[in-house]
Design a protein around this ligand. Structure first.
Ligand SMILES: Nc1ncnc2c1ncn2[C@@H]1O[C@H](COP(=O)(O)OP(=O)(O)OP(=O)(O)O)[C@@H](O)[C@H]1O
Ligand SMILES: [Mg+2]
Length: 333
């Protein structure tokens, strides 16, 4: 019998949950493409290792980088690879639940469903990422109270207010943790005249990046290539200057949370002061971000237990209790 699957195709990370098993795949959303033939050579960790170390015609790409599942071909190929890895064959077709951004268009919705069917799914249902995140965090989504989820991912940040099993208010921006990496790269280039790679910028972000003054004093030593001489050069960065460097994308994320609060009906707004907001997504793990949002909104913010897995775990609950939770699927209400 085919095992039903839940898939979170994130811009940064892809996770797959198999019924009765839990998370069976958790890898970066990267594929290695042979540009000459168009073949997908590898995905995930294996493809990631190829970045910067491959012959020119083999390129590692993050196909979902822009935050939305827009490229039908690539989406279909990725889903096919994921289903293959999960043991799906022509004779063994599972039901699949796919987590998608709430802001997805009708055309994109149909494209994802079609991609999953062609990739071998017996049936494909979609669930909105914030709804899945709320289920993954075991929030009481069916009650008439305010459940607010802030999902800061790689390419997107989505804030949703959920009540009575539906999304009541939503704000989505195409700004996420990748933009913070890019801001760090730009800063180092401009201020110190050295070039650092994406992965180095990400390491700096995780090590000393912050959205609010926290554990300052710890500095980071960064090695890059001097743009003038072309030689390796080392600089020391302080948390203060990194915070300054990433101020713009961080402010954009905070502003979208505030805009979502502005859409909340007054009755639910009161609930929020009592119940607080829930931060999910890898980008949400930026030091001081929860504190920064709490300070700017005067509403408490808590980080969920498993920020990177929360969305797929919520969709996983839906496949474990398919008939009971199918009302959570997009278009089911
Ligand atoms: N400790 C950390 N501090 C700051 N950022 C982090 C930390 N850990 C992971 N990240 C960042 O989180 C991002 C990935 O988050 P996540 O896996 O939630 O994204 P995603 O779901 O793939 O993206 P999206 O939801 O936008 O499609 C990466 O950019 C990564 O650098
Ligand atoms: Mg995500």
């Amino acid at each position: 019998m085919a095992r039903d699957l839940a898939i979170d195709l994130g811009t940064a990370n892809t996770l797959v949950y198999a019924k009765g098993q839990g998370i069976v795949l958790n890898e970066p959303s990267v594929i290695a493409l042979n540009q000459q033939t168009g073949d997908v050579l590898a995905m995930g960790q294996e493809a990631w290792q190829m970045i910067g170390r491959t012959p020119g015609y083999i390129v590692a790409v993050r196909p979902l980088r822009q935050g939305a599942i827009t490229d039908f071909d690539v989406t279909q190929r990725m889903i096919r690879l994921l289903l293959e890895r999960a043991g799906v064959s022509r004779f063994n077709r599972p039901r699949v639940v796919i987590c998608v951004p709430s802001a997805i268009t009708e055309v994109e919705r149909r494209a994802v469903i079609e991609a999953a069917r062609r990739a071998g799914a017996a049936d494909a249902q979609l669930i909105e990422q914030p709804m899945a995140a709320a289920l993954g965090a075991y929030l009481p989504v069916n009650e008439p109270i305010a459940n607010m989820v802030i999902d800061v991912g790689g390419g997107t940040s989505e804030t949703a207010l959920i009540s009575l099993g539906g999304v009541v208010a939503l704000q989505a921006v195409r700004v996420g943790s990748f933009d913070i990496d890019a801001a760090i790269q730009t800063f180092i280039r401009r201020e110190y005249g050295i070039a650092v790679g994406e992965r180095t910028a990400e390491e700096i972000k995780v090590a000393i990046g912050s959205a609010w003054p926290v554990q300052d004093g710890v500095k980071a030593e960064v090695r890059g290539r001097d743009l003038m001489s072309g030689l390796p050069k080392t600089v020391i960065l302080s948390p203060e200057e990194v915070r300054e460097a990433i101020a713009e994308p961080v402010a954009a994320i905070v502003a979208s949370v505030i805009a979502c609060l502005g859409e909340a009906p007054p009755e639910l707004a009161h609930d929020l002061i009592v119940r607080g907001m829930h931060l999910v997504g890898g980008g949400g793990m930026l030091k001081g971000l929860a504190k920064r949002i709490a300070e700017e909104t005067s509403i408490p913010v808590t980080m969920v237990d498993a920020p990177l897995e929360c969305v797929v775990l919520g969709a996983g609950r839906c496949i474990e209790h398919y008939d009971e939770l199918r009302v959570m699927f997009m278009g089911a209400r």
